[in-house]
Write a protein that binds this ligand. Sequence first.
Ligand code: E4P
Length: 222
Amino acid sequence: MEIFLDTANLDEIKEIVPWGIMNGLTTNQKIFSKEKGVNFREHVSEILSLVDGPISIEAPANDVDGIVKAAREYSSWNEKIVVKVPMLANGDGLRAVSILKEEGIKTNVTVLMSTNQVLLSALAGATYASIFFNRVRDYGDDAERVLRESRTILDRGNFETKIIAGSIRKPEDVVEVATAGAHIITIPYKILVQMPYHQKTVETLEEFDKAWVEFKKGERRN
Ligand code: E4P
């Protein structure tokens, strides 16, 4: 099980990297749109300098040539870059993945909502397949079932493709996707920073701190 951070914000990245729990990072056009006034390539370079592990950058195209062109450019910037390829209804995303696979360029087929889309992504040679957990739920489907089925199919088929569960909206989603079989969970900063907290932990630590003060007050000094 691995955790990626779902952000392009440098301050958020700088805060979480020292936690030692982050194995990579994912972005998309919506995430980048929050970083006002930055230069795309310079910002990606900043992210690359902060993050060890795979960094997913989405190809901003909806045709084979556009996706492949962007993927070749982005992947040339750094070996850590994984190119996000949209799952297109006409199969162009899969065609692009197949081309990029032959060129050794790592891909993350994204915006997946069904088990069939994950299967096709794996067959095309995707490095990662990103299921949008809460958007599957928004649509009314059983997102945990899609995750479980996808993991079963990938395991039984000995596919190398890894499932990334994205579209995480609350800490409880993390447990659900982890137990449903995601290899990787990509978590937004505002969700991740909630995860170390539990009220009973806070209360118990306060109790322990007070107990230690009491102990030290009565300690025999040598
Ligand atoms: C991850 O790679 C996805 O792009 C992201 O988690 C999507 O989240 P959203 O459904 O909140 O847009």
